[in-house]
Design a protein around this ligand. Structure first.
Ligand code: NDP
Length: 459
C-alpha cells in the first residue's frame, strides 16, 4: 500500500472511468470510484444506449410500410412515446446494475457522491476526506448551448430522453452527430422536424460525398433541412409553442426546440485549481500521450480531454491507462483509424480519412464510389439509396478511408475497420470474395476508380 487511502481513485463512472477502475482493481490496486449521478455515465444514461433504442423505435415506421411490398398487411399504427420511455428507463436501470457489479466485482469501492480536489492527493468525496496515490479524472462532458435570447426555452439531448410526450413539431439545432440522429428519430416517430444548421452541408469533418448524400436522403424522408441558417432568438408563444427567429429574417413555428451544438468538458466545480491541474481550450484537461496531466499523479481520459468524444475510445484509454499504471504491457491506443457510426436514417459508417484529408496528407488518390439501391427496396418500393466509397492512396494502394451510407453501415464498417487498421490495400479488397447478396459485397467488388473524382455535389 502507498500510505494513501487508495492506490487509484477514479472520478466519474462513465465508460472510461468504469473500465479503468475495474482493470486497476483486477491488477490488485486498491481502487475507489466516485459517481454523483448514474453509473455508466453519458453513454448508458443519456447517450449511445438510449439513442440506439430510440433509433430502432423510429425505424419501425418505415419497416411497417416496407412490409407491404412483401405481401404483409399491416393494420393501423400508433406509437406510444410514454411506453418507449418507460421501457427504455427499465433497460437503463438494468444496465446501471450491471455497471455496479462490473466495478464492485473486482473489489473497487463505489462512492455515490461528487468528488472535489482539495490538493493533488486529497479529495472531498461527499463530505469525506479521501487520499489517493493516483487520481483519474473521467468526468466526461455535458451539452453546450450558446447564448441567445430565449435560451431558457430549449432542451438538449439530456432532456430529450425524458420528454413526457412527443410534440408534433420539433426544431433541432446543430449539424453534428446528435442533431442528425435526433432529427431522424423524431421524424421516424412522426414529428414534423426542422433541422437548422449554420453551415452547408452538415456533419463537418465527414467525407463531403457522405454529407451531401445523407442530406439528400433525409430530405426525401421528410426532414426540413435549413442550412446556412442561424438562430437569432426563441420566443414562447402565448397560445403554446415557440417561434424560432432566424438571423436571415425567417421564422419557424414549433412545439419544441432541441439544441445539439456540441459538448463541453464537465470540469466545473471539480476543484482543478486546488490540485494545480491545467486545462486548455474550452476547459478540457490537458494530457500527454500517457494521459498524464501536468500534475504527476493525476490523469485524465475520455470526453473531459476533448479529443475524440467516443465511448469506445474512452474505454480503450481507461484500459490502457490502468494497465500502464498497475501491470505495464505496452498497450497503446491507436487514434489514426477510429471507426464510428452516425445512427442517422439512413446510417453512416466511416473509418479513416475523408477524401479531402487524404488528398492533403497523401497526395494522389484513387477514389472508388458506388451508389446503389438496397435490394430490399426493389420490393418495398422505397426511394432510399446507399453510398459506398473507398479512399485509396495511389502510390501504395493502401485503403485509408472507407465510408458507407445505408442500412447496416455501422455493422459493416466495424468489420472492415480491422482490415484498414491492419493496412489492407485495394488488392486485398479485390482478393476478398464477396458475400452474395449483401450490400457489403459492393466494397470488395468496386473495380474502376472514378477517372477524375468530382464530389457528388458537383455532378
Ligand atoms: P458535434 O461536435 O458533433 O456537433 C456540434 C454541432 O453544433 C456542429 O454542427 C456545430 O457546427 C454546431 N455548433 C457548435 N456551436 C454552435 C453555435 N454556437 N451555434 C450554432 N451551431 C453550433 O457535437 P454533438 O453535440 O452532435 O455531439 C457531441 C459528440 O458526441 C460528437 O462529437 C461525437 O463525438 C459524440 N457522439 C457520437 C455519436 C456516435 O458515435 N454515433 C452519437 C452522438 C454523439 P460547426 O460544424 O459549424 O462547428
Amino acid at each position: 500500500m502507498s500510505g494513501y487511502d487508495f492506490d487509484f481513485f477514479v472520478i466519474g463512472a462513465g465508460s472510461g472511468g468504469t473500465r479503468a477502475s475495474r482493470i486497476a482493481a483486477a491488477h490488485g490496486a486498491k481502487v475507489g470510484v466516485a459517481e454523483e449521478r448514474h453509473l455508466g455515465g453519458t453513454c448508458v444514461n443519456v447517450g449511445c444506449v438510449p439513442k440506439k433504442l430510440f433509433t430502432y423505435a423510429a425505424h419501425f415506421a418505415e419497416d411497417f410500410e416496407d412490409a407491404e411490398g412483401f405481401g404483409w398487411t399491416v393494420g393501423p399504427r400508433r406509437h406510444a412515446w410514454p411506453a418507449l420511455i418507460a421501457n427504455k428507463n427499465r433497460e437503463i436501470s438494468r444496465l446501471n446494475g450491471i455497471y455496479e457489479r462490473l466495478i464492485a466485482g473486482p473489489g473497487a469501492e463505489i462512492f455515490d457522491s461528487r468528488a472535489t480536489f482539495l490538493d493533488n492527493h486529497t479529495l472531498d468525496v461527499g463530505g469525506r476526506r479521501i487520499t489517493a496515490d493516483k487520481i483519474l479524472i473521467a468526468v466526461g462532458g455535458r451539452p453546450f448551448v450558446p447564448d441567445f435570447d430565449g435560451r431558457e426555452h430549449v432542451i438538449t439531448s439530456d432532456g430529450a430522453f425524458f420528454l413526457p410526450d412527443l410534440p408534433e413539431r420539433i426544431v433541432v439545432v446543430g449539424g453534428g452527430y446528435i442533431a442528425v440522429e435526433f432529427a431522424g428519430i423524431f421524424n421516424g416517430l412522426g414529428a414534423q422536424v426542422t433541422q437548422i444548421y449554420r453551415g452547408n452541408p452538415f456533419l463537418r469533418g465527414f467525407d463531403d460525398d457522405v454529407r451531401e448524400f445523407l442530406a439528400g436522403e433525409m430530405v426525401k424522408k421528410g426532414v426540413d433541412l435549413r442550412f446556412d441558417a442561424d438562430v437569432r432568438r426563441v420566443v414562447r408563444r402565448s397560445g403554446g409553442g415557440f417561434s424560432v427567429d432566424l438571423k436571415d429574417g425567417g421564422t419557424v413555428e414549433t412545439d419544441l426546440v432541441m439544441y445539439a451544438t456540441g459538448r463541453v468538458p464537465n470540469t466545473g466545480g471539480l476543484g482543478l485549481d486546488a490540485a494545480g491541474v491545467a486545462t486548455g481550450r474550452g476547459g478540457a484537461v490537458t494530457v500527454d500521450a500517457g494521459w498524464r496531466t501536468n500534475i504527476d499523479n493525476i490523469y485524465a481520459i475520455g470526453d473531459v480531454t476533448d479529443r475524440i468524444q467516443l465511448t469506445p475510445v474512452a474505454i480503450q484509454e481507461g484500459h490502457a491507462l490502468a494497465d500502464s499504471l498497475f501491470n505495464p504491457s505496452g498497450k497503446t491506443v491507436g487514434y489514426e483509424f477510429v471507426p464510428s457510426a452516425v445512427f442517422s436514417q439512413p446510417e453512416i459508417g466511416t473509418v479513416g480519412y475523408t477524401e479531402a484529408e487524404a488528398r492533403a496528407k497523401f497526395g494522389a488518390l484513387d477514389i472508388y464510389r458506388s451508389e446503389f439501391r438496397p435490394m430490399k427496396h426493389t420490393l418495398s418500393g422505397r426511394d432510399e439509396r446507399g453510398l459506398m466509397k473507398l479512399v485509396v492512396v495511389r502510390e501504395t494502394q493502401r485503403v485509408v478511408g472507407l465510408h458507407v451510407v445505408g442500412p447496416g453501415a455501422g455493422e459493416m464498417t466495424q468489420g472492415f475497420a480491422v482490415a484498414i487498421v491492419m493496412g489492407a490495400t485495394k488488392r486485398d479488397f479485390d482478393a476478398t470474395i464477396g458475400i452474395h447478396p449483401t450490400a457489403a459485397e459492393e466494397l470488395v467488388t468496386m473495380r474502376e476508380p472514378i477517372p477524375d473524382p468530382v464530389p457528388l455535389a458537383a455532378e
